[in-house]
Design a binder for this molecule. Sequence first.
Ligand code: HXC
Ligand code: NAP
Length: 294
Amino acid sequence: MINATGMLRDGALENKTIIVTGGGTGLGKSMAKYFLQLGARVVICSRKLPVLEAAAAELTEATGGQVLPLACDVRHPQEIEAVIAQTVERFGRIDGLLNNSAGNFISPTERLSYKAFDIIVDIVLRGTYYFTLAVGKYWIENKIPGTVLNISTTYATTGSGYVVPSAVAKGGALILVKSLAAEWARYGIRLNAIAPGPFPTKGAWDRLFPEPLVKLMNPLSRIPLKRTGEHQELANLAAYLLSDYSSYMTGECITIDGGEVLSAGEFNHLDQVPSEQWDEIERAVRQANRPAGG
Ligand code: HXC
Ligand code: NAP
């Protein structure tokens, strides 16, 4: 049974201001919605202001919470600094940063131009360290024990072909989390990450599971739990990691993928063997155990 309802108690994020990059669409928007339901004030920022404004209106209507939409390309430090200044001006302080913005598409690596490789790495890695550095400086200067959460991927640690710029960038961003978790612990700043498996969004599906590809292979076949994730399942984990309930956790990356990365286990493909065939297989294995001539 899927329990895709909110997990934390009412008010669990009360008095916290959280910046969500890429918060106008997909998973960022779903997580922003849950933070608002838990009492947080939320800033959503990305390149497309009209998308953010529409999302902010929808989120306010749905939750009654306070949402500030701000245009910001995370590749540009001055735009990040402007977001920080406007957030402090509007809400008084910043408590959490969710590094969620990304660019990605599948392609054989040899088909990529330098610019195509750069654009992904710049959004995912440069954008993440620029934002983290800017907010971290603000927290240290103002003695605020802030919390960073990165939305990573499972292939940040395993690597993966066909999304190589994203893998390189997500891998770097994860090492940023682990490195700063140790260095900035002295300021009470915590940094963690989540590695989601497939959670349906238009942004990811258009670029990673386009129709001609899905006709060739079913992405669900690799997932032991045989389903994609529910946005609320991710939002629950994200809210926990940005809340004070996780205050003894830092430098951690939690996988939430229906067991997909584990499906690489040597013999896991044996789930394709029809159950009636196991009698014959077992007989053959036992036969091989008997002493010769026995
Ligand atoms: C090869 C491509 C390409 C493709 C773009 N390029 N698409 N090369 N195959 N399919 C090349 C272009 O030719 C160009 O290089 C360069 O990339 C930049 O492309 P533009 O279209 O000019 O850039 P822009 O309009 O800024 O768009 C950026 C983008 C786009 C990253 C390419 O996809 C985007 O806006 N993405 C944002 C949202 C997103 O990606 N969401 C998905 C995240 S999902 P040249 O040299 O020709 O000029 C995710 C999930 C992971 O990360 C895990 C899932 C399980
Ligand atoms: P999405 O809706 O396409 O989200 C990506 C967001 O990034 C968009 O809101 C986009 O907004 C923003 N963005 C792109 N370039 C930017 C830039 N230069 N500056 C600021 N913002 C920028 O896709 P999603 O599936 O929800 O992905 C959200 C996160 O989850 C990403 O980090 C992704 O890698 C991760 N993830 C997703 C899945 C999945 O299955 N969906 C699995 C694992 C990890 P603008 O276009 O307005 O800039």
